[in-house]
Design a protein around this ligand. Structure first.
Ligand code: ADP
Ligand code: MG
Length: 567
């Protein structure tokens, strides 16, 4: 055959890679195995960053938080059935938290799965994924790969962001087609998340209600942080003079030290406010559904800004719903609010007085140098670290470790605090830390309860393998909630305790990272500062008094009680 006469071919492998690259997706979070091992290799060879994890759940949490940080879908790639199921928890988590993510899983042959003939890792993955994500698609033909990825990307980032499942049967990868036709079949998604402009009437209604307030409050949620409308939001908050309360992951959107921040006066502002404007925050359990004791006696009027119309009235009546993307809505607010109105001074004064009182009450606790440490002694140190390194990303999970760190550690910049999200899920730690380091290039401080860390601890090997600037601090109090429970019935340890005096720092050393055992705030301070300076993978075992902490942290009230058996 003369050169040039044979047909130029492409195949499923290459079309998947080309579709990702064409749409600016440069990173894949994965665990290799049949049928996607070669896909990972080829993607790496083609210039995509392919990060291999030890467990799909952690790769999935990494992809989800990458989506949150970048507004582009984070991609997690897994093998079939068990790998898919491991990734599914993270897909459901992404959907619940409104993070754009695509779970791409290899799967078995349709002919065999559908006749239930017992294929290798047989499972009807598409059907299983559907109720747990925004959209689920399967691609059977190489010429549909472009459309498949376009649909997945659009579904993940448009409207309320969320998780998307894309099912790629093993046979697809080897399918060949004409290379030119293949290139033409790819789709570069244009305007994947179109602006959603609010109606002028809804903007006017919202501002009228806000201006009628005697004690207004703005609650900023992680949707507001996700929107990356930081300047518009800051300008609206400052123009209006309204106290703002950041939800956990919205901390730092405006600095926690901002004079209008009501974070340290949370119970007061929830109780006493009369008009509450929610921006990218849902009235779910984290806000006591907008009613009940924590909202006090003062009747409330709620204004809600959200991209999802169905969110309105989900828990209580919303008197001024504003449906649109937060960037467009807040910029419309800024144009329409005009000069001459600001939040009443007696209210803003009352809030800042309360806040200063609470901050002053907390301060001495944060300076204790007890050994073993209590939570406040250890957190006082970490609070100063973030103050010194405001660019650093704080990953945080645990029970007491989460609740207390959220209250103590001030954040200064948007999207720097990444935590357990809407479900309060334990296990996000190492996956989120790895993605945060890779996507932002900033150092990461992961503050972890010893129990929470256990869910993703094996990924310290991944951290070392990619030599990431991550400092993991484990608040080790020998157990879940506390390390002091005793089993009175037999010789087994109590259900909530771990090996006493465990040395998690040795895990990091096993893979070539830096391990430190810190028994006092001074030792902790030295070790964290060293880690932030060196950027070396570091794990600090922070020895916390096993008696410190309380059952379920701040949410002990959610435990059902037995009337027959008192604890
Ligand atoms: P938090 O837990 O911080 O209160 P939630 O996850 O409950 O935050 O709420 C986030 C809300 O933000 C969701 O209702 C989601 O629909 C909304 N949202 C996400 N992105 C945008 C956006 N770009 N514009 C408007 N609303 C958004
Ligand atoms: Mg513990």
């Amino acid at each position: 055959e003369a050169p040039g006469t044979e047909q130029e071919l492409t195949d499923g492998f290459h079309l998947v890679i080309d579709a990702l690259k064409l749409n600016g997706i440069n990173t894949i979070y994965n665990v290799p195995g049949i049928p996607i091992t070669d896909l990972g290799r080829m993607a790496q060879a083609a210039g995509i960053r392919v990060i291999s994890f030890r467990h799909e759940q952690n790769a999935g949490y990494a992809a989800g938080i990458a989506g949150y940080l970048t507004k582009k879908p984070g991609v997690c790639l897994t093998v079939s059935a068990p790998g898919f199921l491991n990734g599914l928890t993270a897909l459901a988590h992404a959907t619940t938290n409104c993070y754009p993510m695509i779970l791409v899983s290899g799967s078995s042959e349709r002919e065999i799965v559908d006749l239930q003939q017992g294929d290798y890792e047989e499972m009807d993955q598409l059907a299983i994924a559907k109720p747990l994500c925004k959209a689920a698609y399967r691609v059977l033909h190489a010429q549909d790969i472009g459309i498949g990825f376009a649909r997945a990307i659009r579904a993940a980032v448009s409207g309320r962001p969320g998780g998307v499942y894309l099912d790629l049967p093993a046979k697809l990868f080897g399918q060949v087609m004409n290379a030119e036709a293949g290139q033409k079949s790819l789709v570069k998604v244009i305007d994947a998340a179109p602006a959603q402009i609010p109606s002028p009437a809804s903007v006017k209604r919202a501002l009228d209600v806000l201006k009628s307030a005697k004690r207004p409050l703005i609650i900023l949620g992680k949707g507001a942080a996700y929107a990356q409308a930081d300047e518009e939001i800051k300008s609206f908050v400052e123009k209006s003079g309204v106290p703002f309360l950041p939800m956990s992951m919205a901390k730092g959107l405006l600095p926690d030290t901002h004079p209008q921040c009501a974070g340290a006066a949370r119970s007061t502002v929830l109780k006493d406010s009369d008009v509450v404007m929610l921006i990218g925050a849902r009235l779910n359990w984290l806000l006591s559904h907008g009613k009940g004791k924590s909202w006090g006696e003062t009747p409330k009027k709620f204004i809600q800004v959200d991209i999802e119309p169905k969110e309105m009235d989900s828990n209580v009546e919303i008197v001024a719903p504003v449906v649109g993307d937060i960037g467009s809505v807040v910029s419309a607010f800024n144009q329409a609010i005009g000069a001459g109105w600001t939040a009443p001074a007696d209210w803003t004064k009352a809030v800042s007085t309360k806040r200063e009182e609470n901050v002053a009450k907390m301060a001495p606790k944060l300076m204790n140098n007890k050994s073993p440490m209590d939570y406040h002694g250890a957190l006082g140190v970490l609070k100063n670290v973030i103050k010194e390194y405001p660019e650093a990303i704080l990953v945080n999970e645990g029970a007491n470790t989460l609740d207390l760190a959220r209250g103590v550690i001030d954040m200064y910049k948007p999207r720097k605090r990444l935590d357990v999200g809407t479900w309060g899920v334990m296990g996000i730690g190492m996956g989120q830390a790895i993605a945060a380091a890779l996507e932002t290039g900033h150092p990461v401080l992961a503050v972890e309860g010893d129990s929470a860390f256990g869910f993703s601890g094996m990924e310290v090997e991944t951290i070392c393998r990619y030599n990431l600037p991550i400092c993991v601090v484990i608040f080790n109090n020998d157990g879940i909630y506390r390390g002091t429970d005793v089993n009175g019935a037999n010789d087994d340890p109590a259900t909530t305790v771990f090996v006493k005096g465990a040395r998690y720092d040795k895990m990091m050393e096993a893979f070539g990272g830096v391990g430190v055992n810190a028994t006092s705030p001074d030792e902790l301070k030295r070790a964290v500062n060293e880690a932030m300076k060196s950027g070396k993978p570091t794990l600090i075992n922070a020895v916390i008094d096993p008696a410190a902490g309380s059952e379920s942290g701040r949410i002990g009230n959610l435990n059902p009680q037995s009337v027959l058996q008192k604890k």
